[in-house]
Structure formats: C-alpha cells, structure tokens
Design a protein around this ligand. Structure first.
Ligand code: SAH
Length: 406
C-alpha cells in the first residue's frame, strides 16, 4: 500500500512491524493499545461506527512510496519466528514444484510472503538481495540467514547490493559481498574469493556462475521453464536475440543445426562462450545492438527457422508503455519477416506494464503487416519458482509467447 493511503503512522519507525487498521468513520475512537506501532488507512467501505477494522500486520518503510507491505492478516508476536517459518515454507514449495535444476529462486519477495527479500540459489551459492528497511534490520537478517543456512547449508551466501534501492529506502551505503559461508569467512576477506564462483545446471545444460558478475543475481532464472519449452519446438537455423549468457541459445543448440546469439554486452557474451565450451557446443556470438542487427539482417534477406526475442524491460513505468509497445512491434515485425515458413517465434516481455494481451496484440499487428499467418502454440509466464500471487498483479510480469509462423 502506498504512502498516500496512510492517514496516520505516528510512532512507526523505519522497518518496523506495524498493525494496520482501517480508520473508522467519523466520531469513532482510535485504538487504545499503544504497545505495538500502528498505521491507519482511510476507510474504504462502510465500517461500523466506533470500530477501526484490523487489516493485519505489515512491514513499514519511512522512505519508500510503498509504505506498507503486508506480512500477515493477524497481529504478529514473533517476527523472527515468522520469517524462519516462511523460509521453510518457501523451500518446501520449491521441493514440490521445481525440477531439473540446481539453480532457482528460493525466495521471491511478496510471492513468498517475505516482501523485500530475494534469494536465488546457484548450486551451492545463495545470492541475496535485500530491498526494504524491514528486511535490512539486523534481527530480520539473522532470522532469514539462519533459516536459509539450516535448510540449504550453502557453501556461501553472497549479498548483491543495488545502491539505487538502498538510497530509495534511505539505508546506509553497503558493498556487495559475502554475508555467510560454510567456512565462516568474514565479509572483509571476501573481496575475490573462490567461494563466489561455481557451476550450475538447468535442464541438464551447464552454466558458469560468478556471484560478483553479471546482471540481476547472475542469471535470468525466471526463463528456466521457457528454455525447455522453446527447445521442444526449435529447429534448423536459430537466432537468440538478447541472449545474455546464452540461456536460450544453449538449450536451442540441442535441437537446432546452427545457433547464433546476439547481445550488446561483451561480458555477457564472454560468459556465454564459456558456457558453450562447458556444454561442448559451437555457437556464434555477435556483439551488437539488436535493433541494428535485425535491420541489417532483414535488409540482407537473412532467413532463420527459429527466433527468440527476449529484450530487457522496455516499459519500466506506465508512462513508457507506448514507446515500449513500438519497440516490441519493431522486433517482432523484423523477426516474422526473417522466419522461413514453418518457423518458430519465441517472443518474450518482462515489462509488467505490458500485459500478455498487449504482447499478443503487438504480435497480431506484426503478423498483419508482414503478411504472415501466426499460430499460437503456447502462452507462458515465469517459472514456478517465481510464484505469481493472485491479488498482487505485480508479481506476474514475464510473458513468453511461442508461435509457429507460416
Ligand atoms: N535471454 C536472456 C536474458 C536477456 S536479458 C536469458 O535468458 O538469460 C536482456 C539482455 O539484453 C541483456 O543481456 C542485455 O545486455 C541485452 N541488451 C539490452 N539492450 C540491448 C540492445 N539494444 N541490443 C542487444 N542487446 C541488448
């Protein structure tokens, strides 16, 4: 809930656990018990006069526009116990729903009822991101670290710090580094440590991992199930556009005759080449601006049998949605023109502000402009280790549409 929803939060400190109540209608009393800080919201629907309605408990931020993140529909007496219990539940969920990988998201913030915490597992290394005042508080940090250590016994726990997020939450500056390890190395010793590198596998494809490098926490784990789905249909000559470290390309190489990956980041392509070596594959990597390269290729009449488009989030806010849609349209149009009859298009978007329906519409209009017939094989989303919560639409953000083009 946003700061603008809060009418009173006197006494609620940075990162505190607060009781959330809906303010009663005019003439009623405020809650009298002052032992737990509380925040009051404006009444949304008719409440009984004289009775503020208790909505539950939340983490409070004094800095963020998202002032309130709900953690329980009830009052919470033991927050550290609750965090440890949520960690155990999140891990049990993965044991049930995640297969064929030792790299997956262990904790997905709101999706695991632990708002502000992201934990990714890469084989024996955990990569942690702390995004809110409440998660940064020392007792909560101790609680989630002990929960993670107990259940997963990692060789190392590495914290990736996003300085922009810490600034927004008015948290002290901090460097990325080890925050825990099986051998008890202190964060000071962690500058360049073998503990921060490992190898992981997704669907039997091998990847190098360096906790200190790369984008996000290292890999785009949300695409894990889509890699396997894409490989199932892929064939012939394949082009993986926005390939990063080769997630799709390496999977496509299992079924395709020739695979080319394109990205503008040289360091991503260096990791991609290492990954290809690890899997005994030959893949052509091209460092280029994808828009320029697609234009040159389509002008030159290049053809492919499979094309993957997985661009970065073009729409970071609602305002940039129109520009983003034009970007998606251009990419999809060029891809459709370059596909041979019977070709496979895998078109993704990770912009929350562009919906699945929007992306399908873009694809339909690109199909019309390119005079191609596009049949939809699968409308997919993020992998199940990034659970999307009904009632919190922001937790569903990834779209992956697989089509066959004639
Ligand atoms: N498909 C990848 C994830 C792609 S993330 C995977 O599954 O792992 C988006 C990628 O687009 C990043 O690697 C980024 O370096 C790259 N990128 C961003 N803008 C680009 C551009 N204009 N041209 C080419 N690559 C770009």
């Amino acid at each position: 809930m946003y700061r603008s929803d809060v009418v009173d939060a006197t006494g609620a400190g940075p990162g505190s656990v607060v009781l959330i109540q809906e303010q009663a209608r005019a003439g009623s009393q405020r809650r009298e018990d002052k032992s737990v800080p509380s925040a009051s919201l404006a009444p949304r629907r008719a409440t009984r006069p004289g009775a503020p309605r208790l909505l539950g408990s939340a983490f409070y931020s004094t800095a963020s526009e998202i002032a309130i993140r709900m953690i329980s529909p009830k009052p919470v007496a033991d927050i550290e116990g609750l965090v440890r219990e949520r960690i155990r539940a999140a891990i049990a969920y993965r044991e049930r729903f995640v297969q064929n990988t030792n790299a997956y998201r262990v904790i997905f913030s709101e999706g695991d009822f632990l708002p502000g915490l992201i934990v990714d597992r890469y084989n024996d290394i955990l990569s942690v991101q702390v995004l809110t005042q409440a998660m940064d508080a020392a007792p909560i940090r101790r609680a989630f670290l002990s929960g993670l250590n107990e259940a997963l016994n990692p060789a190392a726990v590495f914290e990736r710090v996003d300085p922009r997020v810490r600034k927004l939450e008015q948290l002290q500056d901090k460097e990325s580094g080890l925050i825990g390890s099986a051998t008890g190395v202190s964060p000071v010793e962690s500058a360049k440590s073998p503990l921060t590198t490992t190898e992981f596998q997704i669907n039997g494809v091998r990847f190098v991992y360096d906790a200190q490098a790369g984008q996000k926490t290292g890999a785009f784990l949300d695409q894990r199930e889509n890699y396997a789905a894409a490989a199932q249909y892929a064939r012939g000559e394949a082009l993986d556009v926005f390939c990063y470290q080769g997630g799709f390309a390496l999977h496509l190489a299992r079924t395709c005759d020739k695979v080319t990956g394109v990205d503008s980041s040289r360091s991503a392509l260096e990791a991609a080449e290492q990954n290809a070596g690890l899997n005994g594959r030959e893949i052509e990597w091209i460092e280029a601006n994808a828009f320029d390269l697609l234009r040159d290729y389509s002008d030159a009449g290049r053809k492919f049998d499979t094309i993957v488009l997985d661009p970065p989030a073009f729409a970071k806010s609602r305002q940039s949605r129109e520009t983003a849609l034009r970007g998606y349209k251009e990419l999809n149009l060029r891809a459709l023109k370059m596909l041979r009859p019977g070709g496979i298009l895998v078109s993704c978007s990770c912009s929350y502000h562009v919906s699945g329906a929007d992306l399908l519409e873009v694809l339909a209009s690109a199909a019309q402009d390119s005079h191609r017939i596009v049949r939809n094989l699968e409308n997919r989303g993020q992998a199940k280790d990034h659970p999307s919560m009904l009632g919190i639409p922001e937790t569903a953000y990834l779209k992956c549409i697989i089509s066959v083009v004639s």
